[in-house]
Design a protein around this ligand. Sequence first.
Ligand code: SF4
Length: 259
Amino acid sequence: MATFLFDDVVFGPVHSRRLGVSLGMNLVPVNRKVCTFNCIYCECGWTSERHLPSDGFPSRELITDSLRKKLSELRNSGILPDAITYAGNGEPTLHPEFHGIITDSVEIRDEYAPGSKVAVLSNASLAHLPKVRMALEKVDRNILKLDSGIEKTYRTLNQPPPGLKLEKIIENLKLFKENLIIQTLFIRGRYKGTEIDNTSQEEISTLLGLYREISPDEVQVYTIARDTPVGTLQKVPLEDLESIAAEIGELGIKTSVFP
Ligand code: SF4
């Protein structure tokens, strides 16, 4: 099915389900997707590469200059975004200067758009690296992925590299004692002859146990909204998402639902 890649370092602002009016920041090349995961539902399509040499990324200077220029234009037009969001064509924390870029971005935000939140959407696979963790601790909305608490489902949905166990992702999430939002995408369907459903009772009770242990500030409950590389996946209906969110809410954790 038709997926898409962002064609610039800065894109939008666009209306985002989860972040309001969002100025998107893309830290990986514009012509392909680079991610440590290869999620079967990724709206950017299949992963081309899981890593790049450090000179394969757009430079820190290009990124921060582009952000400054765009925010200056937006400020002059009187429409500043709710969020400056690092996501784009893959995993933003792969950028070798991610920490420096986030440090610069917070300063630029303070100067041009003090009311905008700096947000990062990440799969948490590199969050154990000290500089990545320090950068994620600096942002206003540190939104990290956990789609399942079961290794087999994690491998099917997220297709991580062979050595990257779910246990490591959970360990990485636990590094954040505060300032952590977990994003969990719920989905049903089939892939390569295997039934997929991370809303089953077993999946939900495993996730609930992990949310309790990790204790994030918030869990974002959502489902697919755009085309996915696999054509046999289905959205989870709003009422099911709401009932999952109600169970999470019983743990005393704030939830947001995005159908
Ligand atoms: S982690 Fe995000 S960018 Fe990477 S494959 Fe999954 S959905 Fe796509």
